[in-house]
Design a protein around this ligand. Structure first.
Ligand code: GLC
Length: 790
């Protein structure tokens, strides 16, 4: 090419001379139409709309007035907000009751403050504009003590200061490591914690985008390859407030069915009906609890979705029926690629009814995936989503209630690893390129699958597991972290990865326990299962041609510790379920980094190897081989070792012993939490509901146990039980107030109050009455056990 005119192609120049960044310039004029404040600048246009008093949307378009079109992530409209506008020669200020946006006129620069005049976002040197690649970009000041969290599914540590991250849904089979800056999920949202206070930014742009918290020391930026610079600033001030604000915009996960929270067993693949039956028999014989078995791609006829290979699975109807009777759900994989086969009904229908993605000239896009050459449904189109959703009748007719969506980035076996970005999607009449819609392909597939299943399940809750997604994916599914490996490093990395996914609004997450690719070891499986007990989503999954990693694969010692921790999952289930109810109402995740509860504590800033379940339980997994102790950080307050009942003062790092059977767990003094009993699966009735109390010497604690049928949506009609327990801790007595609310009658008719570390002569009052006769004292454990009626 060097000897043709191509050598002097203008595109060979590295950048536009002198214009690496194009600023929008000075404010020329400003108008208000209804709730929209519009600013016309020398080289750009900005609109500001308050969605809530504490949430403002800022949209910049360098070339024309912003369209104000939102992505499908948004579930809410702006409310009527009273905004006071103050204009001066230098600035325009927009004040709601919770946010103040100050815009200086020359040049146009934004600063956002909260109601207490706390600075959230500021642009000093540079502001908004476009860069040499004509990408929309904005720069914000990065203060010395700014720390960043969220960004969806990212490798590396918890705090993303010093990272540059790309949002481009990518199937990455290569080992996940800190250099990989784009994985399967793109969630362009983050929270900033500065001086113990938090605010959030959601950049609602579906093109490839980049968040650069690395290149400069005092400025960070976010940019996108196309579209408008459309972002929301959320006031906080706590990290939990930001999550509630973010999920007001993008929605929350509904309470998952209980079985989705049990232990799940998967492998690529359990290849035949006989193998599945044998697997299940092992779980039953060994009394290892299990709620779901996954069918990976081998169940299909030539990898055609919505089919069974009848040689391998001669009688899926009977298989599903038998498993259901054993209390076990089956979750089949459904990928988006539809095999090009003129004799395959789904392909025929897709062609005849115009369901597949096409080029602008009408030619259908085909790409190579598991079934070979395949076409891809255009999920951006609501009729296609409806069509795809209804197809799941194939599964629901067999009694299946859960679906696993994989390869939905979409992954394609080619150089770019995905669909040609020139493919067009028909978003209900509007044509959009794949370049624009790539990051939302999996999200729309999730919508199609979840809603399709919901329509088919006669009131039962569907469960969806998805690999790819965009902001808002929590409305439809659980997210697992894709193709990790059986490396100790990947066990370590999964902790901050899941915490940041939680901060990104997705509460039901977890990695492949034991590791997907590579060969696991007994020790790694044991330690990983211990961690899995407390990840919101708990599935053991491994790849073809790797060593087996079912719980019994490494001899009796490992089996017994793996079994112990799978059982422990069921013991903690009532508490986890209660936390999922909280997540569904507030957006606050089940698995939390310590900074969520202790944002003022400097030790929590980048604490990546331990986490909280809810607000008051610390879990500190062992993540290295031949390691039987570790350092655990306990924040302020007193903490109780869950296993030994030892009381330990907080605000310090402690060294904890942890033999192969021990996962370090610490409960904060003054906590109340629920436990259930070990059972074969969540389908078995809960007969031993316990409320554990860890008293402190004074003060109060409260807990609201949430319970419903765990299966249907009838909780939306009031069919739930909220048992609220308040306790006052005094020197000589403990006073409990117990109340029930809601119409649901649980399986248990009585429950047990378990009070830890309490002297025999302490008086216990329950709803004003002295409880004397019935309680037991375990003198060694100093534990009181009181049986109570519902
Ligand atoms: C992808 C998935 C993996 C699955 C495999 C075969 O690699 O991430 O979980 O087992 O495809 O379907």
């Amino acid at each position: 090419m060097q000897d043709t005119s191509f050598a002097i192609h203008p595109g060979n120049k590295k950048s536009i001379d002198g214009v690496p960044y194009h600023d929008i310039g000075d404010l020329k004029h400003f108008t208000q139409i209804n709730n929209t404040y519009s600013f016309v600048c020398e080289q750009g246009y900005v609109n500001i709309v308050f969605y809530r008093d504490e949430i403002a949307r800022i949209v910049m378009n360098p070339f024309s007035a912003p369209t104000m079109e939102s992505s499908f992530a948004l579930v809410t409209e702006p409310e009527e907000i009273d905004v006071v506008v103050i204009e001066s020669e230098q600035a325009v200020t927009l004040n709601s009751s919770k946010l103040s946006i100050k815009i200086s006129r020359s040049p146009f620069r934004l600063a956002v403050y909260d109601e207490n005049n706390r600075l959230l976002v500021e642009e000093t040197a540079r502001g908004m504009g476009y860069n040499e690649k004509k990408e929309v970009i904005c720069y914000k000041d990065m203060k010395k003590d700014d720390h960043f969290y969220g960004f969806g599914e990212k490798t590396s540590f918890l705090d993303k200061r010093g990272e540059k991250m790309t949002m481009w849904n990518s199937d990455v089979y290569a080992p996940h490591n800190p250099e990989i800056d784009a994985l399967y999920e793109s969630i362009p949202f983050f929270i900033t914690v500065r001086g113990g206070k938090a605010h959030g930014i959601f950049f609602d742009n579906t093109f490839k985008s980049v968040f650069d918290m690395k290149t400069e020391t005092d400025v960070y930026s976010f940019s996108a390859e196309g579209g408008e610079l459309d972002y929301y600033v959320m006031a906080g001030p706590t990290p939990k407030d930001v999550l509630t604000q973010y999920t007001t915009l993008t929605g929350r996960m509904q309470i998952p069915p209980k079985w989705a929270l049990g232990y799940h067993q998967s492998r690529y693949s359990y290849e035949t009906e006989a193998e599945v039956r044998e697997l299940v028999q092992h779980f039953l014989d060994k009394e290892i609890p299990v709620d779901a078995i996954y069918l990976d791609i081998h169940y299909m006829d030539g990898y055609r979705v919505f089919t069974f290979d009848r040689d391998r699975f001669p009688n899926p109807e009977k298989l599903m029926k038998d498993l259901k009777e054993a209390g076990i759900h089956v979750v089949p994989i459904v990928d988006p690629g539809v095999k090009e086969d003129p004799e395959y009904p789904i392909y025929q229908e897709g062609i005849n009814e115009d369901r597949f993605c096409k080029y602008i000239d009408g030619k259908i896009y085909h790409g190579d995936v598991w079934p070979g050459n395949s076409a891809f449904p255009d999920f951006m189109n609501s009729e296609v989503r409806e069509w795809w959703g209804q197809k799941h009748k194939f599964y629901t007719d067999l009694g299946i209630e859960g679906i696993w969506n994989d390869m939905n980035e979409p992954a394609v076996f080619n150089e770019t690893k995905t669909m040609d970005v020139k493919v067009m999607h028909n978003q209900d009449g509007t044509l959009k390129t794949h370049r624009e819609m790539h990051n939302v392909y999996g999200f729309y597939m999730g919508e199609a699958t979840y809603n399709g299943m919901k329509n088919l399940l006669n009131g039962n809750r569907p469960f969806l597991l998805t690999r790819a997604g965009y902001a808002g994916i929590q409305r439809y599914g659980a997210v697992w972290t894709g193709d990790n490996r059986s490396f100790w490093e990947h066990l370590q990395m999964a902790i901050p990865m899941c915490m940041n996914l939680g901060i990104s609004g997705v509460p039901l997450t977890g990695p492949d326990v034991g590791g997907f690719a590579h060969d696991t070891t007994g020790e790694l499986l044991a330690r990983w299962t211990q961690f899995g007990t407390f990840t919101p989503y708990f599935r053991n999954h491994s790849a073809i041609n790797t060593v087996r990693q079912e719980p019994w694969s490494f001899g009796e010692e490992i089996e017994s510790t793996v079994k112990k921790y799978i059982q422990l999952r069921y013991v903690w289930l009532p508490h986890l379920y209660t936390l999922f109810n909280e997540a569904s109402k507030t957006g606050v995740p089940v698995m939390r980094p310590l900074l969520m509860e202790y944002p003022d504590d400097q030790h929590t800033v980048n604490l990546s190897d331990q986490f909280l379940i809810g607000s008051n339980v610390i879990v500190a997994p062992i993540t290295a081989p031949s390691t039987f102790h570790r350092v655990v950080y306990l924040p302020e307050g007193n903490w109780i070792n869950y296993w030994t009942s030892e009381r330990i003062a907080g605000s310090q790092h402690i060294l904890v012993e942890a033999d192969i059977n021990t996962l370090p767990i610490f409960v904060k003094e003054g906590s109340i939490l629920a436990h259930g009993s070990v059972k074969q699966s969540t389908e078995k009735a809960e007969e031993n509901l316990q409320i554990h109390v860890y008293p402190s010497s004074s003060g109060q604690a409260s807990y609201v146990l949430y319970e419903d049928d765990g299966k249907t949506f009838s909780y939306e009609q009031g069919e739930y039980l909220e048992k609220s327990i308040r306790c006052e801790f005094n020197e000589d007595r403990l006073e409990f107030e117990v109340k029930n609310q809601g119409n649901y009658q649980p399986e248990w008719k009585e429950w047990t109050l378990v009070i830890h570390d309490v002297e025999k002569d302490k008086q216990i009052f329950i709803n004003g009455e002295l409880a004397t006769s019935e309680y037991l004292v375990d003198t060694e454990e100093r534990t009181l056990i009181i049986k109570l009626d519902l």
